[in-house]
Design a protein around this ligand. Sequence first.
Ligand SMILES: N[C@@H](CCC(=O)N[C@@H](CS)C(=O)NCC(=O)O)C(=O)O
Length: 208
Amino acid sequence: MKLYDALTPNSLRVHVFLAEKGIDVARQPINVLGGETRTPTFLAINSLGELPVLEADDGRILTESVAICRYLEELHPEPRLMGRDAYDQALVEMWNRRIEQHIFGSIGAVARHTLGFFADKVEQMPDYAASQMRLFDKNWAWLDRELADGRPFVAGERFTIADITGMAALFVCAILDKSPSNAFAHAKRWMETVKARESFAAEMAKAA
Ligand SMILES: N[C@@H](CCC(=O)N[C@@H](CS)C(=O)NCC(=O)O)C(=O)O
């Protein structure tokens, strides 16, 4: 198995997933900032020109961080990061999608619509970036209200992929030098909890 890799927000999701499971896979570094994801050679691997990409032992390719995590979860079931029984799996997926859309996706849109790196990939709309930035506090306030019941992790008592997607959002926040307000005490408690995990701390240290 081989991971085409760089330290990007979506690759970070796979890195943390691997670390939490205690799995190591070979990595082929890709120079994202140098434009390697946009070369014909890389586009032949992933037509969207994005990382992460996982190549299975038989050469088959998987893209999309969550799909890659799903594959790893089936190969290495413990510790479960995508839920146990039917209800729990659906709940984790629900929370992963909620965090992806409202927390990670929203700040990710700010990055895509403001950073020069994406200028020839998307038609950048500063007004849209500004509107997503205005939503930032609203999105975190929503998460704060959700976590007010005192549960330690986004999907309940156990750490899951939904927390990992939240970590990816925190990584983008760090890139954009933006942080959720300290007034969101429950969200802050969750942040401190995930920041203290070795899997995530190691990624943040690499980025520093
Ligand atoms: N939905 C994809 C998104 C992947 C993605 O957006 N990757 C970005 C980095 S976070 C990338 O590789 N961009 C390279 C480029 O734009 O050239 C996933 O979950 O893996």
